[in-house]
Design a binder for this molecule. Structure first.
Ligand code: PHE
Length: 341
């Protein structure tokens, strides 16, 4: 029996050294120390021994059990330790690597100027309105006193969406005049910024898509003096307090009288230079008193109410504000350009 015990001891220790994971280790434990294990089986046969042998073998058996038990524990700890090491090695994180700096965006120069424009007009009591870029020809032209056959409706200038010329990409923000008058109660003070589209060749100052901001005031007793006062205030807010303006007669189908407004060239002070192309003045917007036909078209009583409107291009403002010489840069979304603002 002594030899058997010794065999069990050696076999158990060898098996433990081989056990590669917790499962294998447990199998070894059960095999040697379990209720039906080899050691237990042997101890059950103790009764067959003589009275002298029994305590000796008993002690030895206890020793062997103790030794195997300890070896199981040690192997268990070793395996756990190894597993932890392996996991740590696998999940190594080098906290000394410099982090990736999150890139913080900022407003596009176009948005900066649009926001500024809105702020100026909101400060004067205007509301902001927005409308569709895909527009009915009715709103873009007809209701603006621009009947069929008018040269402004030419296919060569307009992106039509339907063959019958009833739907198009709006060529101006002026349809917002009609939409606002149809939807809002009087009096009205709104500005409507947004994109407009024309079949223009692309160059440093032209793009088939550009931005306008429309303004509309309709109330009792509104005159050209209100138009001049408001636009002068707005242009001074935009171009600086020293800004000199000029109101020049012009024609638009939907205003009467109509005018174009120029600001004196900031670069030459009106003498004429490259910036103003020798003119001394730079055209900034179109405006006028809303044509009675347009007001009557939306059911406004022209004996009681009158109004004025303006439409201003925004790209030119952005270019001047930031010293941009090529309009295309504003839309190319090259971050090397945009990151400067
Ligand atoms: N819609 C005109 C344009 O695009 C500008 C304008 C707006 C003129 C409002 C008068 C009144 O040129």
């Amino acid at each position: 029996m002594k030899e058997t015990l010794e065999q069990i001891r050696q076999a158990a220790l060898a098996a433990l050294a081989q056990a590669g994971d917790a499962q294998a280790l447990d199998a070894v434990r059960v095999k040697y120390l379990g209720k039906k294990g080899e050691l237990t089986g042997l101890l059950k046969q103790m009764g067959k021994l003589s009275a002298e042998e029994r305590p000796v073998i008993g002690q030895l058996a206890n020793q062997v059990r103790e030794e195997i038990t300890q070896a199981v524990e040690q192997r268990g700890e070793a395996l756990e330790h190894a597993a932890l090491e392996a996991r740590l090695a696998e999940e190594t994180l080098d906290v000394t690597i410099p982090g990736r700096r999150p890139e913080l965006g900022h407003q596009h120069p176009m948005s900066i100027v649009l926001d500024e424009l809105k702020e100026i007009f909101v400060g004067m009591g205007f509301q902001i309105a927005e409308g569709p870029e895909v527009e009915l020809a009715d709103y873009n032209f007809t209701k603006l006193n621009t009947e069929e056959g008018h040269p402004a409706r030419e296919w060569s200038d307009t992106f039509y969406i339907k063959e019958d010329s009833s739907l198009l990409l709006r060529t101006q923000t002026s349809p917002m005049q009609v939409r606002t008058m149809e939807q809002q109660p009087l009096p009205i003070r709104v500005v409507a910024p947004g994109r407009v589209y024309r079949k223009d060749e692309v160059d440093a100052t032209h793009s088939p898509m550009f931005h306008q901001i429309e303004g509309l005031v309709v109330d009792k007793g509104i005159t050209m003096a209100d138009l001049k006062g408001t636009l002068n205030a707005a242009l001074k807010a935009l171009y600086g307090p020293e800004t000199v303006t000029r109101f020049r007669p012009h024609h638009f189908p939907f205003t009467e009288p109509s005018c174009e407004v120029d600001v004196q060239c900031h670069a030459c002070g009106g003498k004429g230079c490259r910036v103003c192309k020798g003119e001394g003045w730079i055209e900034v917007l179109g405006a006028g008193m809303v044509h009675p036909k347009v007001l009557q078209g939306v059911g406004i009583d022209t004996d009681v109410y009158s109004g004025w409107a303006f439409g201003m291009g925004v790209e030119r403002l952005v270019m001047r504000r930031f010293g941009i010489t090529d309009l295309r840069l504003i839309f190319e979304n090259d971050t090397r350009f945009l990151s400067q603002f």
